[in-house]
Design a protein around this ligand. Structure first.
Ligand code: SF4
Length: 220
């Protein structure tokens, strides 16, 4: 049985050949990025913080920019809600496919559940239909439906996806509705079908995205 993460779906959509290198051949190419390191640090801090650990020593290792980002996250209204779980592995079955991944955090208040995603880089352009948004919302909806042990409609669950854009100190909030649930399921099944039935080609037309691809050296 195949299982797909949001990154796998995004990679395939961007370039099937890249998917082939990364997930079939399992060739990993290290990426140099200070933003990536910053993101990792903030994610680790957030996880310890939500677990209630003492962060005094860790906070001392932050540079001024990291400190600013971290303070912004601590002050964020969604980050201050009640934590259900952080660094939370979730999966669910859509059609014949298992999808899943690791949420930064799941929070709640009296009204809603909130899936949080901390972004130190850029927020997805079409966030509403980004695979991360779709996969995490569907998995959380299924989890909550199972927990209540009855068939609950997604609007009764009242779930929102919140991208916390730490670069611009802004929240991008995406509502989950029964219409969206249906559309998300269709989109997920469509791309999973494509991945399952694809025939990877040796020869491929190169495009602009190749310029920034980490597999460029072995592909072109
Ligand atoms: S170099 Fe271009 S064609 Fe090759 S894997 Fe990367 S994006 Fe795909």
């Amino acid at each position: 049985m195949n299982s797909f993460s949001p990154n796998m779906l995004k990679t395939f959509e961007a370039c099937p050949k890249k998917y082939y290198f990364k997930y079939i051949q399992k060739i990993s190419v290290p990426q140099k990025s200070s933003m990536f390191e910053k993101g990792k640090k903030v994610h680790a801090l957030a996880n310890y913080y939500l677990r209630g650990d003492d962060l005094t020593k860790m906070e001392k290792t932050l540079d001024s920019e990291e400190k600013l980002i971290w303070e912004q996250l601590k002050q964020n209204e969604f980050f201050q809600k009640s934590c259900v779980n952080s660094e939370y592995n979730l999966s669910c079955k859509i059609g014949n496919y298992w999808i899943g991944g690791r949420l930064d955090a799941l929070m709640k208040d009296e009204i809603s559940y909130y899936i949080l995603d901390y972004k130190t880089g850029s927020v997805p352009k079409n966030a509403e239909y980004d695979y991360q948004t779709m996969v995490y919302l569907l998995c959380t909806a299924k989890l909550l439906q199972n927990q209540t042990r009855k068939q609950v409609q997604s609007d009764e669950c009242n779930i929102k996806f919140v991208y916390i854009d730490l670069k611009n100190n802004h929240n991008l909030i995406i509502d989950f509705t029964p219409e969206k649930e249906k559309k998300y399921e269709e989109k997920i099944i469509e791309i999973c079908n494509k991945i399952t039935n694809v025939r990877f080609q040796e020869e491929i037309e190169h495009s602009q995205i190749c310029e920034f691809c980490e597999y460029r050296k072995i592909c072109i």
